[in-house]
Design a protein around this ligand. Structure first.
Ligand SMILES: [Zn+2]
Length: 265
């Protein structure tokens, strides 16, 4: 029963993450261009509708996973195809919540880590699709880690959380500033600094070292693979956020000891 509850909660949050992943970057871009969205456009408004025919969805159309299966991946009104990314995001979030409950038990700690993982997952997808890491999510990650540690909801000392956040931001800021001075090119965005600050607030300062090594290796291998298979143009850019998020999730799940052994330390 508990497992079903974890899966159900994950599915529901995954469904909400679909809204966040689609709308939040569009809200950020509208803000950046100084355009006040009109008619109103935010996470809550307008109600979910088909992107093709704009018909507002019925309640039976927004049940996570099941609606997609009933409707066979098509809009209930105009029959245009719905991106399979939606049910995948719901399913993965549901499974992440089950995995957190399995790893940490049915307690507040598991709930905190499930929210941590869901936020990282949303950030990774948004960065992948748009190369943006919205402040609302990266800052929520920082504050969330500090609050969870201060309240004793996760087993991380308050000093660790604070120094984790501070060092996460400063390490990447320093690397990026140095890179910019030397090459005159911008390598990373401020979103990456804030994301690593968020990861530091949940993991502490020390794990950020193997995390960065892992994320850089992952990003480099992936970028080079794309380059050599000609899937990445000369100005092509592989966002760093998804690799930071993936390395952060891995370390949250297994700790740093197996990684340090793997790196030969
Ligand atoms: Zn439609």
């Amino acid at each position: 029963m508990n497992w079903l509850l974890a899966f159900g909660l994950g599915l529901m949050l995954g469904s909400f993450m679909n809204v966040v992943i689609y709308r939040l970057p569009r809200m950020v871009m509208a803000d950046d261009e100084g355009k006040h969205a009109s008619p109103r456009f935010d996470l809550w408004w307008p109600a979910s509708h088909c992107p093709q025919c704009h018909t507002p969805l019925k309640t039976s159309h927004i049940i996570p996973l099941l609606s997609f299966m009933w409707l066979k991946g098509r809009c209930g009104f105009c029959k245009s195809t719905i991106s399979p990314l939606y049910p995948w995001i719901e399913l993965i979030t549901g499974l992440v919540w089950v995995a957190c409950a399995w790893h940490w038990g049915f307690n507040l700690s598991a709930l905190c880590w499930a929210i941590f993982a869901t936020t990282l997952f949303a950030l990774a997808v948004i960065d992948w699709q748009t190369t943006l890491l919205p402040d609302d999510l990266t800052q929520a990650l920082v504050w969330g880690g500090l609050i969870a540690s201060t309240s004793g909801w996760i087993a991380l000392g308050v000093d660790q959380a604070v120094w984790g956040a501070v060092s996460g931001y400063s390490i990447l800021w320093s690397v990026a500033t140095l890179f910019e001075r030397i090459t005159g090119k911008q390598g990373m965005g401020a979103g990456d600094f804030k994301l690593l600050a968020g990861l530091g607030a949940w993991l502490g300062p020390l794990p950020l070292i193997p995390l960065l090594i892992l994320a850089s290796l992952g990003g480099a291998v992936f970028g080079l693979t794309l380059k050599f298979t000609h899937k990445l143009g000369p100005d092509g850019y592989v966002p760093f956020g998804p690799f930071l998020a993936a390395a952060g999730l891995l370390i949250a799940a297994i700790g740093i000891d197996p990684l340090l052994t793997g790196l030969g330390w």
